[in-house]
Design a binder for this molecule. Structure first.
Ligand code: XMP
Length: 560
């Protein structure tokens, strides 16, 4: 097992970045809510702790998330960042005060007051260095045993109790705007906490293969739902490495795919992965459950439920069980065993007689999906992550609670760039690894309002032109995601000499590193003109094209 750094999340928007930076220096790090009991933290046997920043204030005595003083007596090094430094100071007998009009947001300069293992080889006493700050409050009095090791004009920028290996920094070493930040985190992890720094993709792959074998057992079978995206493809490759042909890969044609997507996935899968693929055409079923539905969350739920119905039907077919038997409740109880797989698999929603008894899971069958770490963190975060409150997307939230298949999620601890690195290690071709992400609900969430087969076709045509031009102009790899949206609006135009009153398309292209934030891609005007002209000329029924220049936040990447 890898040495572990636990990051206690006090709610900062940068918490995930701490984990990323630590992994970059070869240390495996996980994020847990700051409300996690100290006993649980002890049980995980971390080699070091980091307390993240957070939006709350410890000044003024209001009840806030405080740090348990027991954390600092575990005998492992602790680094408090921003709010984490203040929580550490407060827990150990120091005080925190409001910054008043000396609050610091953005770039700041810190002066190094003393040598410290935290700064070794990076900063020297007397030097000034650029860091990134984001705080109102500050540590007023240091707890006993601590000395300031860096300062800004108005606050303690870093403090240390080197005998107990407790460190606090007011600035954010995890953001790129603190140029030496990663080096400081490396010092904390490797020099102070003496971690080996041996977290690599190679070791992840072999551990993960062993874990999949352990979970699935000698007789288990796994259905891997492929979306055509990189996450599910890497999941399939990994599960295949673990259990060989006990893996069945299924690609569902929802009728909500991009033009030519099904053929493209079949080709990439055969050439890139060399695994057999079952293609299920469920387009009629998806379109029928969406009939008359315009609310985007409703669409997502219906699509999620339909996916599971399709997967369960496939599994039952593969098991040789007639789904009519299951629906009428006559399935042989030998083939469905009660909750014997793992607790996440048995679920709620048991009222429908058409369902298998929901207390039970389908024995020895698992559903593999490419859930990534950002989705997991947002789902467990004590304050609720943005995708909780804004959209119920992503794999974790998207699956209906009544599902009967136990989940295999080997990428649950990885970030997107790590998934790509793992995919490369497993031999997936570049073209597969760098495909744009495509949402599970597909074009349904790119057609605000009611989805019909005709509207899907219209959107597919416009979208295909946009992507074709993007590839031809070598802009595809420079964008994180690019697509067309069919707007629920008609407008007047003039085509030939006649008045038109037709549909409008919005083009969306963004740059991003992980999709959590994004910028509208600065596509050249001449390029956009070319795409707009082609769409209006070639797609009958479209007479207007607009380019969406909203960043995320405040916008989201998808329109729904
Ligand atoms: P937003 O629109 O929230 O999207 O900025 C961020 C990323 O998530 C994708 N997305 C989804 N993926 N199911 C998915 O599997 C969904 O319901 C969903 N909604 C958004 C989006 O395409 C982008 O990559």
């Amino acid at each position: 097992m890898h040495e572990l750094v636990l990051i206690l999340d006090y709610g900062s928007q940068f918490t995930q970045l701490i984990a990323r930076r630590l992994r970059e220096v070869g240390c495996y790090a996980e994020v847990v809510p700051c409300t996690t009991a100290t006993e649980e933290i002890t049980r995980r046997e971390p080699k070091a702790l980091v307390l993240s920043g957070g939006p709350n204030s410890l000044a003024g005595g209001e009840k806030q998330y405080k740090a348990d003083s027991g954390l600092f007596a575990l005998g492992v090094p602790v680094l408090g960042i921003c709010y984490g430094q203040q929580a550490m100071a407060e827990a150990l007998g120091g005080t925190v005060a409001e910054g008043g009009n000396r609050r610091e947001f953005g770039r700041a300069s810190v002066k190094v007051l003393r040598d410290s293992p935290l700064f070794e080889g990076v900063w020297r006493t007397g030097e000034s260095h650029e860091v990134w700050m984001s705080h109102g409050d500050k540590v007023q009095t240091l707890p006993q045993g601590f000395t300031p090791i860096a300062e800004t004009g108005s606050a303690v920028a870093a403090m240390a109790d080197e005998s107990r290996q407790l460190y606090g920094v007011q600035f954010h070493p995890e953001v790129v705007h603190t140029p030496a930040g990663t080096e400081l985190l490396r010092n904390f992890a490797l020099r102070i906490a003496r971690l080996r720094g041996d977290w690599t993709m190679d070791s992840f792959a072999s551990e993960s293969v062993a874990a999949i074998r352990g979970q699935v057992g000698g007789a288990g079978r796994v259905l891997c739902a492929l979306s055509g995206g990189v996450d599910s493809a890497v999941t399939a490759a990994l599960v295949h490495k673990a259990i060989g042909d006990r893996l069945v890969c299924v690609f569902v044609d929802t009728g909500l795919l991009r033009q030519g997507e099904r053929q493209e996935v079949e080709r990439l899968f055969a050439e890139g992965l060399g695994l057999p693929l079952r293609v299920v055409d469920a387009s009629a079923q998806f379109l029928s459950v969406l009939d008359g539905i315009s609310d985007s969350e409703d669409k997502r739920k219906r699509i999620g439920n339909t996916f599971i119905e399709v997967f369960e039907r496939e599994v039952n077919q593969l098991r040789g069980v007639n789904s009519a038997d299951i629906d009428s409740g006559t399935t042989d109880s030998d083939t469905i065993s009660s909750g014997d797989i793992h607790s996440g698999s048995t679920n709620l929603g048991k009222t429908s007689p058409a369902n298998i008894d929901s207390e039970r899971t389908i024995a020895n069958w698992f559903l593999a999906q490419g859930t990534l770490y950002p989705d997991v963190i947002e789902s467990v975060s004590f304050h609720g992550g943005p995708s909780h409150t804004i959209k119920s997307h992503h794999n974790v939230g998207g699956l209906p609670e009544r599902m009967k298949l136990a989940l295999v999620e080997p990428l649950r601890t990885l970030f997107k760039d790590e998934v790509r690195a793992l995919g490369a290690l497993l031999g997936l071709p570049h073209e597969f690894l760098w495909r744009h992400p495509f949402p599970g609900p597909g074009l349904a969430i790119r057609i605000p309002g009611v989805v019909t087969a005709d509207r899907v076709t219209l959107l597919q045509q416009a979208d295909a032109i946009f992507l074709e031009e993007l590839r031809a102009a070598n802009l595809y790899d420079q964008t994180w995601q690019a697509f067309a949206v069919l707007l629920p609006v008609r407008s007047v135009g003039v085509m030939g000499d006649a008045r038109s009153y037709d549909e409008a398309i919005a083009l969306r292209a963004v740059t991003a590193t992980d999709g959590m934030t994004a910028e509208a891609a600065p596509l050249p005007h001449a390029f956009l003109n070319r795409v707009a002209t082609r769409i209006v000329n070639e797609v009958r029924g479209i007479n207007r094209v607009v380019y969406d220049i909203t960043s995320k936040p405040p916008g989201t990447i998808e329109w729904e």
